[in-house]
Unconditional design. Sequence first.
Length: 87
Amino acid sequence: MGDRLNQLALLTDEELWNAATSQASEDDNNLMQELLEKQQQTGLTPEETEQVQVLSRHFNHIMMVRAKAAALLSERGHDISSLAVVS
């Protein structure tokens, strides 16, 4: 993942803004919410546990890309305060 994050430095400012504001899909968010609720209520099958792990890695990757893109934008002199707003 480190190499991928380092490649963000090659992107244009516009591409970095897109990366810094990227989000998981609504479907992924809904699926994770459903699985977490099921985990608390009845437990998960091994396949569902694997789905949670895959989704968690996906969400973590998105957050790492967003953070690195924001850092690069800041280094390039952009005001990134708008990225702190929770949508």
